[in-house]
Write a protein that binds this ligand. Structure first.
Ligand code: SF4
Length: 247
């Protein structure tokens, strides 16, 4: 599949075809087309379309690869440079991507915590679910990858808002030990005291109403994986032990 970058409002996405879209662009956007280092608010991975809606994050996880990989993710530049995409831009990106090649799921996952922009997340998930982004089919699977701090960041339980809009949440919990959680996740000071509890509450609440709730941990991180697995099951979610991303 030939890969091109098309840009709208400074955000790139990959795909095929798009000649009409090209000629609808202004001259500056056409020139930008030659610049493959433009930030990607949407990128492909496996069979999904991933949305990178923010670079802000309430944690600085020890295992985060964004700095080591210089904000690149397998060929996509996820450095938004502080210019977060608005909903109109995201809607256009999602529709254009689908037109170029359908995807199995829409995933909120980039170099930043998606719930930092909960309103945008809900708007995009809602538009997809309702069929407002035709030809994207109504009800397409939506997944959220999160560190589980959305409740603290947004000042209240966010699970009721996600219900019916998100089919799957993957929560980066990483440990059953609150002290170890602090050393692994390195939350901002204002989230240190109540962060671990917030993540557990989020997983428990999500497991009750979201069709799939998965809590993840990384192998070889000095974590007691038996305790981790037991805790996740007690919360009603599914544990997943994953390998560290290759360096
Ligand atoms: S939550 Fe994700 S983006 Fe944020 S620091 Fe951790 S790994 Fe990196």
């Amino acid at each position: 599949m030939p890969l091109f970058f098309f840009f709208a409002g400074g955000y790139g996405w990959r795909g095929t075809g798009g000649a009409t879209a090209f000629y609808e662009l202004g001259i500056n956007d056409r020139i930008n087309l030659m610049n493959a280092t433009k930030p990607a608010a949407a990128y492909r991975y496996h069979t999904g379309l991933y949305l990178n809606i923010t670079n802000r994050c309430p944690t600085t996880c020890v295992f985060c690869i964004k700095n080591k990989w210089k904000m690149d993710y397998r060929g996509s530049n996820l450095d938004l440079g502080g210019a977060e995409p608005d909903t109109k831009t995201l809607f256009a990106l999602i529709k254009a991507e689908w037109t170029q090649a359908p995807f199995d799921e829409l995933v909120f996952c980039g170099y930043g915590e998606p719930t930092m922009r909960l309103d945008v997340l809900l708007a995009a998930a809602g538009a997809v679910k309702s069929g407002a982004l035709a030809p994207v089919p109504a009800g397409l699977r939506v997944r959220l990858n999160t560190n589980g701090l959305g409740g603290l960041v947004n000042g209240g339980n966010i699970v009721p808002k996600l219900k019916d809009l998100v089919d799957s949440v993957h929560v980066s919990l990483n440990t059953a030990d609150p002290a170890q959680w602090l050393t692994l996740m390195r939350p901002r000071p204002e989230y240190a005291q109540t962060g671990f509890k917030c993540v557990l509450d989020f997983i428990r609440d999500a497991a009750r109403v979201i069709p799939e709730t998965v809590a993840t941990a990384i192998k070889d991180n000095g974590v007691d994986l038996e305790k981790f697995t037991a805790l996740v099951k007690e919360l009603g979610a599914r544990p997943r032990i994953r390998a560290r991303l290759e360096e």
